[in-house]
Write a protein that binds this ligand. Structure first.
Ligand code: SF4
Length: 146
């Protein structure tokens, strides 16, 4: 049995925890919350540190210094991070779901994830090139395929 089926999130080693991240990059997109309805909208505007093709951070070690608003996903805050996409491995496991069939831990690469439409690869632009986030609202980050 793979470790994520036998080990609760709270008991995972740092290496196991880190390996759960699929590298989709969707958490690194700018989001908008409607003040009146509190509805959350995703945009295709990426954090300046996101490597678009890899879906990973260009400076993971110093990300909190370079981007003060960056959030570390942990057991202490996973319950509150409702803005993470429903496809996020941490959110899925926290809610008692399994990893999806396309997850790199299952397939061994990111190809299936990209084929399932769950990667930012080739679909985003840097926040340094954007004036109004409202012009860049997209629905595809909400996709959650088992
Ligand atoms: S949304 Fe979740 S699984 Fe995807 S890159 Fe972010 S932390 Fe990793």
């Amino acid at each position: 049995m793979p470790f994520w089926k036998t080990t609760p999130l709270a008991e995972m080693s740092p290496t196991q925890w880190e390996s759960l991240c699929d590298g989709c990059g969707k958490c690194c997109l700018n989001k908008i919350i409607d003040d009146e309805t509190e509805v959350l909208y995703y945009t295709n505007v990426a954090c300046e540190l996101l490597a678009h093709q890899q879906g990973s951070c260009k400076d993971y070690e110093h990300r909190f210094t370079k981007v003060p608003g960056c959030t570390k996903v942990s057991m202490d805050n996973i319950a509150e991070l409702t803005w993470l996409p429903k496809s996020c491995a941490y959110r899925r496991l926290y809610l008692g779901r399994d990893l999806p069939h396309w997850h790199p831990l299952i397939t061994g690469s990111k190809q299936a994830m990209q084929a399932a439409g769950n990667s930012v690869n080739g679909r985003v632009i840097s926040e340094q090139r954007v004036k109004y986030l409202e012009d860049h609202i997209v629905l595809w980050p909400l996709k959650d395929v088992d």
